[in-house]
Design a protein around this ligand. Structure first.
Ligand SMILES: [Zn+2]
Length: 245
């Protein structure tokens, strides 16, 4: 274990372009439940409420669910030690960007500037007709909010089942994967596609893959060069200590 952390520090010290790829595991310590597993979101909420076609036909039902705890948990969460460590790495110039599967806005809250949000951001709403974007704080959410320009129903600006990934963020992520020489994979189990294909993309371009996950994932035996079997908060705290951040 110590060996893997030391190896990571050595690799980062020699790197030219480091990016981070993060998944739900990094936000668990901020109180955001993962999607799957015992305390997962899919045990509490029906998956169909996040299906785009179901949402179009049962909008208020989805909004009721979002207001019944989902938003409260997501919007009130604060960055944990791992998010803060990643922000410090970017500020120091060592890390160039973050590609995240999370919709919780915690990388931005922690201070990261270059964040590709593969699945959108729960802090925003989007008009399904003209793509106008709003902050969630602009509305009283008890009633399904409507666009101030065209009166169409607004949708949370994160990716529902049946929707494509946001094109700009996806293209930026693919570009980052093609130019990075080190990728830190943190808290992602590699089960949600197409996002999970991005570490493979980085590996294809010869990046060193450093994985931080408490247990092995689908990446571990396929593409991971250095595996750190720790929680994100523990591993990242240890790593940035060595760079005096
Ligand atoms: Zn509109």
């Amino acid at each position: 274990m110590q060996g893997a952390v030391q190896d990571t520090i050595n690799v980062l010290g020699k790197s030219k372009y480091v990016i981070a790829f993060t998944g739900a595991g990094i936000s668990v310590a901020s109180g955001i439940p993962p999607f799957r597993g015992e305390n997962g979101i899919w045990n509490k909420y029906k998956e169909k409420l996040f299906d785009i076609n179901y949402f179009i036909n049962h909008t208020q039902e989805t909004w009721d669910m979002l207001c019944d705890g989902f938003y409260e948990t997501t919007l009130k969460a604060t960055p944990n030690a791992a998010h803060i460590a990643i922000a410090k790495l970017e500020e120091s110039g060592l890390l160039k960007s973050v590609v995240t599967q999370n919709i919780d806005n915690l990388h931005t809250k922690a201070g990261n500037k270059n964040v590709c949000e593969l699945h959108g951001n729960a802090q925003r709403l989007i008009c399904m007709k003209d793509n106008s974007k709003y902050s969630i704080t602009d509305f009283d959410l008890q009633v399904a909010p409507r666009c101030k320009l065209c009166n169409e129903i607004l949708k949370p600006d994160f990716v529902f089942f049946g929707e494509m990934l946001p094109e700009y963020d996806l293209q930026m992520s693919i570009k980052e994967c093609s130019i990075c020489d080190v990728m830190l994979v943190i808290g992602s189990t590699g089960t949600v596609y197409p996002a999970a294909s991005l570490p493979f993309e980085a590996k294809k371009h010869k990046a060193t893959i450093i994985e931080i996950n408490p247990s092995p994932s689908t990446f571990t035996n396929n593409i991971t060069d250095i595996f750190i079997p720790l929680k994100a908060t523990e591993a990242m705290t240890e790593i940035i200590k060595h760079f005096n951040l």
